[in-house]
Write a new protein. Structure first.
Lengths: 235, 545
C-alpha cells in the first residue's frame, strides 16, 4: 500500500526530465522515463504507471495521438505539459481524454497539486455526478437535498446552473474543456456554443462568488475551459 | 499535370461586336445578295416604265440615260454580279421595248448594238468602282471597330485590380468577340497546373485539360528554342482551339476556345484574335508581376520587423539572462559557503529574472504571431470578466498587494475574441500601470457597452505620460520619456495591444486623466453584432427554469 506511486514522464528534453526527476523523487514518486512517443506508449502499457506526464512537443507523434493510444488500453491519469504556442494541441489532447494540463514554465508546486488531484480522482473513479455532499471553502453542496450554500447563505440555482456546477464538482480541481462542459450540460448538439457557457458561468459566479472579478471557486482557463478550484489539492 | 481554368460568365454576344467578326457578317452579305437581284430587276422595270410613259417626248438616247441612272443606282448599292445582272436586264428590256422593231429581242443595226454594249460597259465600270470604294469603306469600318474593341479591351484590362479580374475581363471580351465559350488556363504557382473554378462550371473536359497541358509544354519548349517567333499552338482534334498566352517572355498560359471548326473566316480574323489574346497576356503578366511584387514587399516588411524584434530580443534578454546565469553559477560554486540570506537572495534573483524572461518571451511570441501577416485569430465569444480574471491571476505576484478595483457590469455583452491574445492585451496594460504608477496607488479596471462595442478601461493614478506622447506609446519599440532604461520593458507591450485590438476590428487609445493618472481604453466589437443585449438574452431561455 505504501509503495511509491510511479510516474511516467514522456519528454524529449533532458533539462526538463532532470528537473522533473529532482522534483518528483523529492516528493516520493518513482520515475519512469521515455524520450519518444513510441517508447512512452510502450512503457505506459507495460509498466502501468499511476500517472503520465506527457510533453506536447515530442518529435515522433502529437499529444493527441499519444493520448489516444494510451487511452485505448488504460485509464491512467494523463497530465499534458504544453508550451504557450501549442494551445490547439493542448485542447485536443484534453478532449481526447487527457486529464489536465500545465503550461511551461510552471511552478513545481502547481504541478504537484495537479498530480495529486489527478491521482486521487483516478483512485476514486468518480467520473459520474457526485453523490452525498461536497465542500470547498465557504461553498457547500448537498447533492441529496439538492441544496447549495455559501457560508450561511442558501443559494438558489436554476437546473442548468446546478447541472453545470455538478459537472465541475465531479471534476473538482481538474480542468474541464468548453467542449466537455457543453456536451455534459447542453448535450452533443451544443458543443460549439461557447456563449452559453460564458453566460451561465457569469450567473453562477454572481451567485457563488463574493468578488466576481477575482473568483475563488470557479476559475477560467482562457481558451481551454474552467476549473473548480480545490484547495484540498494544495496539501 | 492539372490545369487552372477560369471560364467567363454566361455568354452575351452583342450584335455590333459579332458583326466585327465571322459568321454573322457572311449571313448579312447573303441576305444583301438576293435583295440585290430583286432591286436590279426592279430598276430595269422602273426605267422601262418611265421610258414607256414618256416615249413620245423622248428619243432613244434619252431613254438610254434613264436606264443608265437605274444601273448606276444599283451599282452603287450592290456588288459587281448584281450590277452586271442589272445592266443585262436593262439592255434586254431596252432592246425588247424601245429598239425597233419593238417587242422583239433583235438588234437591227450596228448603232443599236453599240448602244447596248456601251450601257453594259458603263454598268460594269461603275459597279466595279463603287464596289471597290464600298469594300474599302467596309474594311476601314471593320478596322475602326476592331481598334475600338481592342482599345476598350486594353482599357478594361488596365482598370482590372488583380489577376482574377484581368482574367474575367479577358474572358468576357473574347467570348463576346468569338461568340463561343472561352477559358483562360494558367499553370499554378508551383509550376504544375491546378484547376481553379472562378466564375462557373469549367466546360473543359479532363481530356482537353490534359491536351492543354501538352500544348503548353510544347509551346514553352518552342518558345525557348526560337525566341523571336510568336509561338502559337492549336489543336482541332478535340474540337477546342488553344492559343498560347505569351506576354513579353515565354508563354505562361493558354486561351481555350470551344469549337475549333470555322472559328476564323480569314487570316485577319485570326490575327485580330491573337492581338486581343496578346493584350490579355500582357495584362495578365503585369497583374502577376504586381502580385508577386506586393508579396515580396510584404515579405520584406515582415523581415524588417523580425530583424528589429531580434535586435531588441538580444538586447533585452541579455540582462535577465546574465542575472540568472550569475546567480546560478554563484550557487553552484559557493553555495555551501554562502550565508543563508545571500543564498535566498540569489535564489530569488533566479526566479524573478526567470519570470521576467518569460514575460518578455510571451510578448515576443504574440508579436511574431501578429506580425506574421497571416494571423489566424482563434475567435470565440468571450466574457470580459473572465479575461480580466485570468489576466490578474497570471500577473499574480506582480500585482502583489496593489489594490486592483474591478467593476464590470453584470449585463456586459460578450466580445468575439481570441481569448489568449486579449488576455495578453490586459496583462500588458495592467503591467504598464503597475510599473509606472506609484507603488501605493490603486488600479481601476472598468468596462461598459456602447454602440455595439465594449469599452474596457484600465486606469491608474500615476503621473501619466508627457503630453504628446500618448499616441507614440503604441509605436514599436518606443518607450516613454519617463521609462527607465532597465525597468524590464522593451517597448513592445502597447504595440502588441494595438495590434491585438486592431486584429479584432477594435481600437485602443491612451490618455492622461484629469487630476493625474493614465488611462488606456480598448474598444472591441461585441459578439453577435447588431444587438449586444439580444445576445445576452439569446442563450438564456433554454436554461432558466
Amino acid at each position: 500500500m505504501n509503495s511509491p506511486l510511479s510516474v511516467l514522464v514522456i519528454e524529449d528534453e533532458v533539462a526538463m526530465r532532470r528537473l522533473l526527476q529532482v522534483t518528483l523523487s523529492h516528493h516520493g514518486y518513482r520515475l519512469l522515463e521515455a524520450t519518444t512517443a513510441r517508447e512512452g506508449t510502450y512503457i505506459a502499457q507495460r509498466r502501468q504507471p499511476d500517472l503520465v506526464l506527457l510533453d506536447l512537443g515530442l518529435p515522433d507523434a502529437s499529444g493527441v495521438e499519444v493520448t489516444d493510444t494510451i487511452r485505448r488500453t488504460s485509464e491512467v491519469p494523463i497530465i499534458v505539459i504544453s508550451a504557450r504556442d501549442a494551445e490547439d494541441q493542448k485542447i485536443s489532447a484534453l478532449d481526447a481524454g487527457a486529464d489536465d494540463y500545465i503550461t511551461k514554465p510552471f511552478a513545481p508546486g502547481e504541478l504537484l497539486a495537479r498530480m495529486r488531484v489527478a491521482i486521487r480522482r483516478s483512485i476514486r473513479h468518480d467520473h459520474v455526478l457526485p453523490a452525498g455532499a461536497f465542500c470547498v471553502g465557504e461553498l457547500a453542496v448537498d447533492f441529496d437535498a439538492r441544496r447549495v450554500r455559501v457560508g450561511r447563505r442558501e443559494v438558489h440555482l436554476t437546473p442548468t446552473e446546478y447541472k453545470l456546477l455538478g459537472v465541475l464538482i465531479a471534476s473538482a480541481g481538474k480542468v474541464v474543456t468548453h467542449r466537455q462542459l457543453l456536451h455534459e450540460v447542453w448535450g452533443p448538439g451544443s458543443v460549439d456554443r461557447v456563449e452559453y457557457l460564458r453566460v451561465f458561468m457569469k450567473q453562477l459566479r454572481s451567485k457563488l462568488e463574493s468578488r466576481p472579478g477575482a473568483p475563488e471557486y470557479l476559475l477560467t482557463e482562457p481558451a481551454v475551459g474552467y476549473r473548480l478550484h480545490c484547495p484540498a489539492a494544495d496539501e | 499535370m492539372r490545369v487552372r481554368a477560369v471560364v467567363g460568365p454566361a455568354l452575351a454576344v452583342e450584335p455590333d461586336r459579332a458583326a466585327v467578326f465571322g459568321s454573322a457578317r457572311a449571313a448579312a452579305s447573303r441576305w444583301r445578295g438576293s435583295v440585290g437581284y430583286l432591286c436590279g430587276a426592279l430598276a430595269a422595270a422602273t426605267s422601262t416604265e418611265i421610258g414607256f410613259l414618256a416615249r413620245n417626248e423622248l428619243q432613244l438616247a434619252d431613254v438610254i440615260m434613264i436606264y443608265l441612272v437605274g444601273v448606276v443606282v444599283i451599282a452603287t448599292r450592290f456588288d459587281i454580279t448584281v450590277s452586271v445582272f442589272a445592266a443585262v436586264a436593262a439592255v434586254l428590256t431596252f432592246d425588247f421595248v424601245f429598239v425597233p422593231p419593238e417587242f422583239t429581242l433583235s438588234l437591227p443595226d450596228v448603232r443599236s448594238a453599240i448602244t447596248c454594249a456601251g450601257m453594259l460597259g458603263v454598268a460594269v465600270v461603275i459597279s466595279a468602282l463603287t464596289t471597290r470604294a464600298r469594300r474599302f469603306e467596309a474594311s476601314s469600318r471593320l478596322r475602326e471597330a476592331r481598334t475600338a474593341l481592342l482599345y476598350e479591351l486594353s482599357r478594361e484590362l488596365v482598370e482590372a485590380a488583380n489577376f482574377e479580374e484581368v482574367v474575367a475581363v479577358a474572358v468576357r471580351h473574347l467570348e463576346a468577340l468569338l461568340g463561343r465559350r472561352v477559358a483562360v488556363l494558367a499553370p499554378g504557382s508551383d509550376g504544375t497546373f491546378a484547376a481553379v473554378d472562378a466564375f462557373g462550371p469549367i466546360w473543359l473536359t479532363q481530356a482537353e485539360l490534359g491536351r492543354a497541358a501538352d500544348v503548353f509544354r510544347a509551346g514553352v519548349e518552342r518558345g525557348a528554342s526560337s525566341s523571336g517567333e510568336h509561338a502559337r499552338g492549336d489543336t482541332r482534334e478535340l474540337g477546342t482551339y488553344f492559343s498560347l498566352l505569351t506576354g513579353s517572355g515565354s508563354p505562361f498560359g493558354l486561351v481555350a476556345v470551344r469549337g475549333a471548326r470555322n472559328l476564323f473566316a480569314d487570316a485577319t480574323e485570326r490575327e485580330f484574335f491573337e492581338a486581343c489574346a496578346h493584350q490579355a497576356a500582357l495584362a495578365l503578366e503585369r497583374a502577376d508581376l504586381a502580385q508577386k511584387a506586393a508579396a515580396a514587399e510584404r515579405a520584406a516588411e515582415r523581415e524588417q520587423v523580425r530583424n528589429a524584434l531580434l535586435r531588441s530580443i538580444s538586447h533585452d534578454f541579455r540582462t535577465p539572462l546574465a542575472a540568472i546565469l550569475g546567480a546560478g553559477l554563484s550557487l553552484k560554486d559557493y553555495g555551501s559557503a554562502l550565508e543563508p540570506a545571500a543564498r535566498s537572495m540569489l535564489e530569488g534573483t533566479i526566479v524573478e529574472q526567470g519570470q521576467r524572461l518569460h514575460r518578455l518571451l510571451t510578448n515576443v511570441l504574440s508579436a511574431t504571431r501578429l506580425d506574421g501577416g497571416e494571423l489566424e485569430l482563434e475567435k470565440s465569444p468571450c466574457s470580459i470578466d473572465e479575461i480580466v480574471e485570468s489576466a490578474l491571476r497570471h500577473l499574480g505576484e506582480a500585482v502583489g498587494r496593489r489594490h486592483v478595483d474591478v467593476s464590470l457590469p453584470f449585463e456586459l455583452p460578450l466580445v468575439d475574441a481570441d481569448a489568449v491574445l486579449l488576455e495578453q492585451l490586459v496583462v500588458n496594460v495592467v503591467e504598464n500601470a503597475l510599473r509606472y504608477a506609484g507603488a501605493e496607488t490603486p488600479i481601476e479596471i472598468a468596462a461598459r457597452a456602447r454602440d455595439g462595442n465594449v469599452e474596457l478601461t484600465i486606469a491608474d493614478h500615476g503621473r501619466g505620460v508627457a503630453p504628446g506622447d500618448e499616441a507614440r506609446l503604441f509605436e514599436k519599440f518606443y518607450r516613454g520619456a519617463s521609462s527607465k532604461p532597465n525597468d524590464g520593458g522593451m517597448g513592445l507591450g502597447l504595440t502588441i495591444c494595438r495590434a491585438v485590438a486592431e486584429a479584432h476590428g477594435g481600437s485602443i487609445v491612451a490618455a492622461n486623466r484629469e487630476g493625474g493618472g493614465f488611462c488606456v481604453t480598448t474598444t472591441l466589437p461585441c459578439a453577435f453584432a447588431g444587438s449586444c443585449d439580444a445576445a445576452f438574452e439569446l442563450s438564456l431561455p433554454e436554461g432558466v427554469a
